[in-house]
Design a binder for this molecule. Structure first.
Ligand code: SF4
Ligand code: SF4
Length: 376
């Protein structure tokens, strides 16, 4: 196992995410505890010492199961991470109640790593609002030793992340972002890494395989990669990409079965970062995958001054691309929920003034209509 230095700790570079644990009969709330126990035993034996759960994973059951399973191991032999569920605004005034409950569910006296979960457009104002006192409460828990390291995870856009860092950047010890070779540019992950580097905050990676999408590529792309390294599996390429980025300290993978666990551990036995040609090839594959399924908006913003409704067209098209590529998901609806109704895609009146100036000839009015329909 590769280990990374983090302050006075040596963390396994691969962490076990507990959001896609094995389940019984496909019921997300019904975790297969025996299978999870066996997977954790194997992970421990092979040197994984970081386990990441959250209040909302598996409908709240993940924390309970991980607590039960990890109880069999000396507390100092692993790091446990969980998160404050600020993705639901109804939780904002319950930070103390939720935190106490999480300790109880996980059967621990402290969390090694604790995160503001999913800082994004929808909750940034509440997260920063003194009246909820989220930060003050969590900071107090850190002073009491009930949180060893405080950080945040982010699915929001770059300006939102910046807004959070401007206030709490000097207090955050790590940040979890969605990072993989598809999202390096698509979700602005590169710019997010650069921003975190400015604050000297190490990167924790979520969705290294983009929900499994990068575990299987087309035959053409698979063969292209085989010509570079015959021995690598398709998922391993995604991990090798991450092993090539200096500030990446932790890669979290939500493994659902033994085979995935074994294969991922094998990839993390040895660091094999990409050379320049391999790096470029992966980014080129990423562009080709995105080209087929996304609109070619370059964010030139020529269109925006022509919109009588004052819509932030490139921003909305970016969300549309994300939504279409992911075939749904929560990111676009969450970002849109932070906008007033008169700035949402549904506010488009179909005048097409924007289309005449779009160098990419995007049929913007149709896209806004389609986006509105997709969002229901
Ligand atoms: S078609 Fe829609 S997005 Fe384009 S200018 Fe008119 S209102 Fe704005
Ligand atoms: S003019 Fe076209 S390419 Fe430029 S920002 Fe608007 S939609 Fe995107």
């Amino acid at each position: 196992m590769i280990y990374k230095n983090f302050q006075d700790l040596k963390l396994s570079a691969l962490g076990m995410g507990a959001m896609r644990l094995p389940t019984i009969d496909g019921d997300d709330h019904h975790i297969d505890e025996q299978a999870t126990k066996e997977m954790v035993a194997y992970a421990m034996e092979k040197g994984i010492n970081y386990y990441d759960t959250a209040w909302g994973y598996h409908g709240g059951v993940s924390e309970i199961v991980m607590g039960k399973v990890l109880k069999d191991y000396p507390r100092e032999s692993f790091s446990l991470a969980t998160k404050f569920p600020g993705y639901d605004l109804f939780n904002m005034n319950k930070v103390d109640e939720i935190f106490e409950k999480q300790l109880e569910k996980c059967q621990v006296e402290y969390f090694d790593f604790y995160l503001f979960h999913n800082v994004c457009e929808m909750n940034i104002d509440a997260y920063l609002d003194k009246k909820y006192g989220i930060f003050d409460y969590l900071w107090k828990q850190k002073e009491l030793g009930r949180i060893k390291h405080l950080g945040f995870s982010a699915h929001g856009d770059l300006p939102t992340m910046n807004k959070f860092l401007e206030v709490y950047g000097d207090k955050m010890e790590f940040c979890q972002i969605q990072l993989n070779y598809l999202d390096y540019f698509f979700q602005d992950a590169k710019a997010k890494i650069d921003l975190l580097n400015e604050y000297h905050i190490p990167v924790w990676v979520m969705e290294p395989l983009r929900g499994g999408r990068l575990a299987h590529l087309s035959d053409e792309h698979t063969n292209e990669l085989k010509t570079l390294r015959t021995e690598e599996t398709t998922p391993a390429w995604a991990f090798r990409f991450l092993q090539s980025i200096d500030s990446v300290t932790m890669v979290l993978s939500g493994m659902s079965n033994f085979e995935q666990l074994k294969e991922n551990i094998k990839t993390f036995e040895e660091e094999k970062p990409l050379n320049e040609k391999e790096w470029d090839t992966l980014l080129s594959i990423s562009s080709q995958m995105l080209e087929k399924k996304t609109l070619p908006c370059t964010a030139c913003r020529y269109c925006t001054s022509h919109c009588p409704m004052g819509l932030d067209i490139p921003f909305l098209l970016g969300l549309y691309n994300e939504h279409c590529f992911t075939e749904g998901g929560f990111i676009a609806p969450m970002a849109l929920s932070a906008l007033p109704d008169d700035k949402k895609p549904s506010a488009c009146i179909g005048c097409r003034s924007c289309e005449g100036v779009c160098p990419q000839q995007i049929k913007i009015s149709e896209v806004m209509h389609d986006f509105t329909e997709k969002l229901g």
